[in-house]
Design a protein around this ligand. Structure first.
Ligand code: X8Z
Ligand code: ZN
Length: 596
């Protein structure tokens, strides 16, 4: 069996790469484009991989060179003119070819050859800022300008999860914000360059260009995000009220009347409130495991549903664990998945230590990797080897990660805490860890901040104030003390630097995930969505694989409607958590939950 050939249940007939109908001039152009683009993309991905897994001047230079070569091809006048001409004369062009041409133009807009100096400056600035972020050393103690106590992001997270000493918590939280000032000016410059690039092909900003990948306008995306926040606010407010009391008990303080101090929370950006639900989280179960077991166990979930094993090259080429500090190798701290050649070379970058959070993240990353593997098939031309949309890509691993929290599965794998877990505590843990608490951060704070950054050209001396305005408004969280413009707390979030103007992807992914989960539980497994088990279910695997293997050959709205029977929305998510809402309203005794 070749590396990622599907198992029997999922086998597909190989088909020729190009569609047999449609205009031959268009097909000739697309064939040429796909071939060259795939090669240049591979070179660029390899260089980028080196640049983020081993940050040094040489690798940053390599990335800049490879990205410039890719950009020069994608944004060449020839490519832009051809794609535009074909798109204008729609006649006789098949749907797949039309979608390819659309993607060709979107990629061209990232590096238009009509402004080569701006494109070159943007590529360089992006590489240098990423290198500055990836090699940043967080420091707990300094003596005479020298760091005497460096600390890893993993160690900061562990401290914030465990410590109930508020002074210590504050020290660690403030340390986690040290990278902001070092990145602030660079982000302001990069924002201007990104906007100038996007403006060249008529986009109002870089934010607009990223939203265009969904076939949506900026106003439509913002409306969807605002509606999502609105739909989930009643539950978020109840959770917030409950959390205020819970944390106050833990720290032996009076409960905050309104906003929660940021250093009270076990996540650096308060995008989740982990470690609070009783007996539903079981970090201990992971303590005696090897880091490799975490990824293997995640893989087992996918293979149990009939998906293929990860290719051997995944294990050889990925970079999954924390580097040995003695080696002084600087490596990006944030998990990611890579489709190096738009074919069989799939990898992941993580810094796994055995705990519940990395267990979840490993499932997330493998969701991306299985998506890569599924759409790398002859029916999908390389230019369409993407998710139905970017949010679909984010949703798959979260769906499986959530399935891996289900009790029957945890029991079978000896990962469940002793005794039967209260179902409400389980729902509570899910809502706090990554579902409901996440939504005002993703759809509110992050999306609105980046909207203002790019669309409104937010002045650099208002970055931090705007950030905390949104954190306060959407999340009900405040800094331990005033944070002036000498800081850039938004800059400490990886995506603001190197995944720009895309964070609404994750909010939309949450909607997609609950919609898919609802369908799988009720229509395929015929089980209760709050107590079901996909592990080993081949039919669920087949249903998912059908979606994954389409890549972006179909419109995502149609895929959603056909596969789940409804349009994208928050219905399934709200329904799933309804028992938790009822519980919290009682528990909170009808107190006013709002901090506004
Ligand atoms: O960045 C990620 C993944 C990589 S695509 C680990 N996530 C977001 C984050 O960490 O902020 C997953 C959920 C949200
Ligand atoms: Zn992801």
């Amino acid at each position: 069996m070749t590396a990622c050939a599907p198992t029997d249940a999922l086998r597909q007939e190989p088909v020729k790469a190009s569609t047999s109908t449609g205009r031959s001039d268009v097909q000739e152009f697309l064939q040429m484009y796909n071939e060259i683009d795939q090669r240049l993309f591979t070179v660029s991905s390899q260089a980028n991989w080196l640049a983020v897994t081993d940050v040094n001047e040489e690798h940053t230079g390599g990335r800049i060179g490879a990205d410039r070569a890719l950009g020069a091809f994608r944004g060449s006048r020839y490519v832009i003119d051809k794609a535009k001409t074909f798109l204008d004369s729609r006649d006789g062009i098949s749907d797949t070819d039309f979608r390819q041409l659309d993607n060709v133009l979107l990629a061209a807009a990232e590096s238009p050859g009509t402004i080569p100096d701006v494109v070159a400056a943007r590529i360089e600035s992006e590489a240098r800022l990423a290198a500055a972020m990836d090699s940043f050393e967080f420091c707990l103690e300094r003596r005479q300008e020298k760091c005497t106590k460096p600390v890893t992001p993993n160690a900061i997270d562990e401290e914030l999860l465990k410590s109930s000493d508020l002074d210590e918590r504050r020290r660690y939280w403030e340390t986690s914000k040290q990278s902001g000032p070092a990145l602030k000016r660079g982000l302001a410059q990069l924002r201007d360059l990104r906007n100038r690039v996007a403006g060249e092909l008529g986009y109002s900003s870089y934010f607009h260009l990223q939203v265009a990948g969904y076939g949506m306008t900026v106003a439509e995306m913002m409306q969807l995000m605002d509606k999502t926040v609105e739909d989930l606010t009643p539950l978020y407010e109840q959770l917030h009220l409950w959390t205020r009391r819970k944390l106050a008990e833990r720290y032996k303080q009076a409960a905050p009347a309104k906003r929660i101090p940021a250093h009270w929370v076990a996540n650096r950006w308060a995008q989740s409130f982990p470690g609070l639900a009783q007996g539903a989280e079981n970090d201990e179960a992971f303590r005696n495991k090897q880091p490799e077991w975490i990824v293997k166990q995640a893989e087992r979930f996918y293979t149990s549903m009939g998906m293929p094993a990860l290719p051997k090259s995944f294990w050889e080429r990925s970079d999954l664990y924390q580097p040995d500090p003695k080696l002084k190798r600087h490596k990006n701290a944030h998990a990611s998945a890579w489709h190096i050649d738009r074919d069989k070379d799939v990898r992941s970058l993580m810094n796994i230590i055995p705990n519940a959070s990395w267990f979840e993240t490993a499932h997330h990353e493998l969701g991306h990797v299985y998506y890569f593997m599924a759409y790398s098939n002859p029916k999908v031309p390389p230019v369409l080897r993407e998710g139905a949309n970017r949010a679909f890509h984010e949703a798959i691993g979260d769906l499986i990660g959530a399935a891996a929290r289900q009790e029957p599965y945890l029991r079978a794998m000896n990962l469940a805490p002793a005794g039967k877990t209260d179902p409400i505590q389980k729902l509570l843990a899910e809502a706090l860890d990554n579902a409901i608490i996440f939504m005002p951060f993703a759809a509110g704070t992050m999306t609105h901040f980046e909207h203002d950054l790019y669309e409104k050209k937010l002045p650099v001396d208002r970055f931090n104030q705007r950030w905390w305005d949104y954190v306060g408004r959407y999340q009900g969280v405040e800094p331990p003390a005033a944070r002036g413009e000498e800081f850039c707390d938004a800059c400490t979030k990886t995506h603001i630097i190197d995944d720009a103007a895309q964070y609404y992807d994750y909010a939309m992914a949450s909607l997609i995930r609950y919609q898919m989960h609802d369908h799988i539980a009720r229509k395929i497994l015929k089980q209760d969505p709050r107590d079901c088990n996909y592990f080993g279910d081949k039919e669920t695997g087949k249903w998912l694989w059908e979606i994954l293997s389409l890549g972006s050959t179909r419109d995502w709205r149609q895929v959603m409607k056909e596969k789940t029977g409804e349009d994208l929305g928050s219905r399934a998510m709200v329904a799933y958590f309804q028992p938790l809402m009822d519980f919290l309203v009682k528990e909170n005794g009808g107190q006013s939950a709002s901090w506004r």
